[in-house]
Design a protein around this ligand. Structure first.
Ligand code: ADP
Ligand code: ZN
Length: 213
């Protein structure tokens, strides 16, 4: 399965990506996580991307397209992959098509704008492995620590009200149009991002015809 996850910031793409990754035994490629790692490690890419992330803007297409192409060429992507956070513009979607990578499905997770701000302010992320949590909707079983690696749970720097509003505007303007792009290819399936994680998971599995057993 070669899958793209689409949806506004805070729709729960990262959480669904992790669940689907385990179930389907394929890797998740999260451009947001890759960029945040690069910033943390202060690489050339990180230094170039930093100002865009902290301002809630998109990183230039050529930078992101290059890292995704490199990542997709690795062995673990041969039998499928989940793209979380890419493509985010028509230009990126066209670049992916032009590179010869075939996508099977685009899963659009729909969440109304009103819900986003509340969701994002409760979001936490493992500082070490990037696993996403939510203090109300998806708390860590290990309390204040990551249930996978014991890492510290932190708030993302761009999860503040002002930046969240910018990211939402950017989403509607630049990312949402790719629904139409993939719609023309007949690849889009939509689900509602529910309050309860299990409800969303059920809907996602059924939309993708995945056995829940
Ligand atoms: P969210 O979906 O919650 O906004 P992400 O982790 O996917 O979070 O992205 C965080 C930030 O990383 C974005 O606001 C943007 O600056 C940058 N980014 C991630 N993916 C892309 C992409 N495909 N193109 C451009 N910028 C990106
Ligand atoms: Zn962790």
């Amino acid at each position: 399965m070669r899958l793209i996850l689409l949806g506004p910031p805070g729709a729960g793409k990262g959480t669904q990506a992790n669940i689907l990754s385990e179930k389907l035994k394929i890797s998740t490629i999260s451009t947001g996580a890759m960029l945040r790692n690069a910033i943390r490690e202060n690489t050339e890419l990180g230094r170039r991307a930093e100002k865009y992330l902290s301002d809630g803007q998109l990183v230039p297409d050529d930078l992101v397209v290059a890292i995704v192409k490199e990542r997709l060429s690795r062995d673990d992507c041969k039998n499928g992959f989940i793209l979380d956070g890419f493509p985010r513009t028509i230009v990126q979607a066209e670049a992916l098509d032009a590179s010869g990578v075939k996508v099977d499905k685009v899963l659009s997770i729909e969440v109304p704008d009103e819900t986003i701000v509340e969701r994002l302010s409760g979001r936490r992320e493992c500082k070490s492995c990037g696993t996403p949590y939510h203090i109300l909707y998806n708390p860590s079983k290990s309390g204040e620590r990551c249930e996978k690696c014991g890492g510290e749970l932190i708030c993302r720097e761009d999860d503040n009200v002002e930046t969240i509003k910018k990211r939402l505007a950017v989403y509607h303007e630049q990312t949402e149009p790719i629904k139409g792009y993939y719609g023309k290819q007949g690849k889009v399936v939509s689900v509602h991002g529910r309050e309860k994680l299990e409800d969303t998971v059920k809907e996602v599995f059924s939309a993708l015809n995945i056995d829940t057993q």
